[in-house]
Design a protein around this ligand. Structure first.
Ligand SMILES: *Cc1c(COP(=O)(O)O)cnc(C)c1O
Length: 401
């Protein structure tokens, strides 16, 4: 029987023609004046991506694993590498292959708690992946079977957390409850060269104390298991600013983590994890990409634009998040609140914002929408045929920092 062939379900962003050498990188207004784009224009900020990666790597008192699902664009991955990120949290066979092909020296950690057996075997034997997440006895058994006979296995237990202060909960689906978690650590210990405990406080978590609480819970699990754990993985969730929601400095989160990790060492002594990992996604990449959209019609306070919830703006729809927006032409008109309609025929393709723009916005105008580097382009679909976008590198600073 023929092997079924796989293909990408969504046309990749159009690349290539607009690639420019770093020296002559233009700003957003210059690109728009030149291209007059009728398709969404993704503006990548290499300097921002590199600097944000560097800032996190330098501030975090351990190893930084970038969560690839947040934005798997090869240019983004390469820029994060340039910013000092050396390890990548992958969750699918395609992410593992992508990172391995692009960054042969990268450490890849397979952090999805539920994996296909073949995917584990392939990551282990073909791509040099050594660390795998699990949250159940059945998954542990799958990992051990697929990596049988090998040494140097890292086993990272994902712990479930009570719902906390994050915008998006990430414990609804994965994670072992504390009592079960202690049992799983005991089962895994004899097989693990490295044994870890991981959690995710939820995405866009604005409360530093959430990490403190989670680390204390991890400590209780380790104490209950009564054995040495090597790695404490504090996950992702580090927030970025959006309009109307300022966030504490990264340093506050790092202080909370360092302080609680030190307290854990004091309490647990030799059992305490000596190594810290973090898995940031959003914090590294959100500010690094904006999207320029064009207004196709104005109906009162609603603007019909050429991107929407089935494109790069899904969080502006389903989550009703606000994003920074600016009109790309001079205007003296007083600012006003606008909502957006996306280009598809679906009435749900609507973003209420509000987006603050000069009151004289009209058909043909271009608007730049910022903070779309995280969970933006990667969630695009081809629905209704609106699968085209352009991609450029620009010299601008982020719209919000
Ligand atoms: C999505 C995800 C991350 C990244 O989360 P952010 O909120 O983008 O930082 C990290 N770890 C795991 C396991 C994830 O699923």
């Amino acid at each position: 029987m023929n092997q079924p062939r796989f293909r990408l379900a969504v046309a990749p962003l159009r690349r290539g023609a607009e690639r420019m050498p770093a020296r002559s990188r233009p700003n957003v207004e210059q690109v728009v004046a030149q291209l007059r784009p009728e398709e969404p224009l993704h503006c990548l900020r290499p300097a921002t991506l590199r600097a944000n990666a560097r800032a996190f790597v330098d501030a975090f008192p351990g190893e930084t694993l970038y969560a690839v699902k947040c934005n798997p664009d090869p240019r983004v991955l390469a820029l994060l590498w340039q910013g000092g990120v050396r390890a990548f949290d992958c969750a699918s066979p395609a992410e593992v292959v992508l990172v391995r092909q692009l960054l042969p020296e990268a450490a890849i950690h397979y952090m999805h708690p539920v994996k296909a057996r073949g995917a584990i075997a392939e990551a282990w034997s073909r791509h040099g992946v050594r660390d795998f997440a699990f949250d159940s006895e059945a998954e542990l058994e799958k990992i051990l079977a697929a990596t049988a006979g090998g040494s140097d296995l890292g086993l990272i237990l994902r712990l479930a957390l009570p719902k906390g202060g994050a915008a998006l909960d990430l414990s609804g689906k994965f994670g072992a409850e504390p009592a079960e978690a202690a049992h799983l650590l005991r089962l895994a210990r004899p097989h693990a060269e490295r044994l870890g405990i991981a959690f995710h406080v939820g995405s866009q978590c604005t409360e530093p104390a959430a990490w403190g609480r989670a680390i204390r819970l991890a400590g209780e699990v380790i104490a209950r298991a009564g054995l040495k754990v090597d790695i404490l993985d504090v996950g992702g969730g580090f927030p970025v600013p959006y309009p109307g929601s300022a966030v504490p400095d990264l340093a506050r989160f790092m202080d909370a983590i360092s302080g609680e990790a030190a307290a854990l060492r004091a309490r647990l002594g030799a059992l305490a994890p000596a190594r810290l990992w973090a898995e940031p996604g959003r914090a590294l990449v959100a500010a690094g990409i904006s999207v320029v959209v064009q207004v196709q019609a104005r109906r009162g306070g609603m603007l019909h634009i050429n991107d929407g919830i089935y494109g790069s703006l899904s969080d502006a729809g389903a989550l009703n998040w606000r994003f920074p927006a600016r009109l790309l032409r001079a205007s003296e008109a007083a600012p006003q609140d606008f909502g957006f309609f996306g280009p598809t025929c679906d009435s749900l393709d609507r973003m209420n914002g509000p987006f603050r723009l000069p009151g004289d916005v009209r058909e043909g105008d271009w608007i730049e929408i910022g903070q779309l580097g995280a969970y933006g382009a990667t969630l695009r679909t081809a629905f209704n045929g609106f699968d085209r976008a352009r991609f450029v590198e620009v010299s601008d600073p982020p719209l919000l920092a």
